[in-house]
Design a protein around this ligand. Structure first.
Ligand code: PLP
Length: 416
């Protein structure tokens, strides 16, 4: 680090101030985590230099003997972790892994049935601004008005009406467990591929804290940087019968050379995820999310679906008369990082939104438990209901003092 500091103090300064930012506030973005120094070491290694188009033992470049070892370890550890027939660890991101599924199973114009973005889906699930909605015909399901959970009757009706090639389950703002058996039965009934985008919750599966989609789905894609706590990247696991198709879709169809440093970091992460410590972490993430959701609800910040079974909860702010955008700004001014989020049937446009999404992967990595979640709920409620986007506002200052107390007791990336 010293060499970077003397050659490029501007970028070195950003690295230090970003670390200070992480350490100084409460990180409640549900899709973020704090990967280990071991994962970061692999990421910052000379494996970044190596071109290795192809797969282990079948490369289009010489000199791949060492990076082959890293990729084989990542593949084997990933297969073991998820008890999967086949793993491809080359996707550069969750969106790339998703693109590979379209590439493997669909032709332009074919139909996919997926969850709508404003109901909890993801951009790559057929929205018009994404390749997935530009090149494919997306039919979207939502949530039930009463339960605010997936509207399974609508999924069934749309599947039978549109006969999609692929049915997709998963999304970015789904607090409840998904009924994978239901989707499998339905896909079999209409002869569709069943795909699960497990980006958000795969870490909970790795820690055996929630049921796995792997036995049910034809293919499961995921990111590696959310609850899983690995490097910023993606991967997929699938049934053996789809392995060759999906491998060809990742390379050469849509990616060039794999990022071998990131693959090495994924291997480290999969090893971490197989430990009892990680399993305890995954369970604690859920316990924390559940208490945080309930405690916020007690302060009038209503959790949709009544709570959560996972690492995240979605909260409706209409009852306290605050928008998602205002809540995000007020929390930020007090050192609490969370995001505004559309809630089901949201009357606001997405840039304003009526809700916030909070998640516990980061604070649980810092060692916080359910008592601290009650403290965090009180701090959020104070900032959101009485605060201001001005960091010098007295409420911002008061809440920030509470945040500082918490992060001093539970430091991120402890010094030394
Ligand atoms: N799928 C889901 C459900 C996601 O939530 C995300 C990202 O948040 C992605 C895919 C895309 O992942 P990435 O940002 O790595 O491309």
């Amino acid at each position: 680090f010293g060499a970077l500091e003397s050659f490029d103090p501007e970028i070195a300064g950003v690295l230090v101030s970003e670390l200070d930012r992480i350490r100084g506030g409460l990180q409640l973005i549900a899709s973020e985590n704090m990967s280990s120094p071991e994962v970061l070491t692999a990421l910052g290694s000379t494996l970044s230099n190596k071109y290795a188009e192809g797969y282990p033992g079948r490369r289009y470049y010489g000199g791949c003997s060492e990076v082959d070892k890293a990729e084989l370890l990542a593949i084997e550890r990933c297969k073991t972790l998820f008890d999967a027939d086949h793993a491809n660890v080359q996707a550069h991101s969750g969106a790339s892994a998703n693109m590979a599924v379209y590439g493997a199973f669909m032709q332009p114009g074919d139909t996919i049935l997926a969850m709508a973005l404003p109901m909890g889906g993801h951009l790559t699930h057929g929205t018009k601004v994404s390749f997935s909605g530009k090149w494919f015909n997306a039919v979207h399901y939502g949530v039930d008005k009463q339960t605010e959970d997936i509207d399974y009757a609508e999924v069934e009706r749309l599947a039978k009406e549109h006969r999609p090639k692929v049915i997709l389950a998963g999304g970015s703002a789904i607090p409840r467990l998904i009924d994978f058996e239901f989707f499998r039965r339905l896909a079999d009934e209409i002869g569709a591929i069943f795909w699960v985008d497990a980006a958000h919750f795969i870490g909970l599966v790795a820690g055996k804290a929630i049921p796995s989609p792997v036995p049910h789905a034809d293919v499961v894609t995921f990111t590696t940087h959310k609850v899983l706590r690995g490097p910023r990247s993606g991967a997929l696991v699938c049934k053996e019968e789809h392995a060759a198709k999906l491998d060809k879709a990742i390379f050469p169809m849509m990616q060039g050379g794999p990022q071998m440093h990131t693959i090495a970091a994924k291997a480290v992460n999969f090893k971490e995820c197989a430990t009892p410590e990680y399993a305890a972490y995954a369970k604690q993430v859920i316990a924390n999310a559940s208490v945080l959701a309930t405690s916020l609800g007690e302060k009038g910040i209503r959790p949709t679906t009544g709570g959560t079974d996972t690492h995240l909860s979605l909260h409706d702010l209409q009852g306290i008369g605050v928008t998602g955008a205002d809540a995000e700004g007020r929390a930020d001014a007090a050192g609490i990082v969370l995001n505004k989020n559309a809630i089901p049937f949201d009357p606001q446009k997405p840039s304003i939104a009526s809700g916030i999404r909070v998640g516990t992967p980061c604070v649980t990595t810092q060692g916080m438990g359910t008592d601290e979640m009650r403290e965090i709920a009180a701090l959020i409620a104070k900032a959101v209901t009485e605060g201001d986007a001005d960091p010098d506002h007295p409420v911002s200052k008061e809440v920030r003092a509470g945040v500082t107390d918490l992060v001093t007791r539970f430091p991120a990336y402890p010094r030394g």
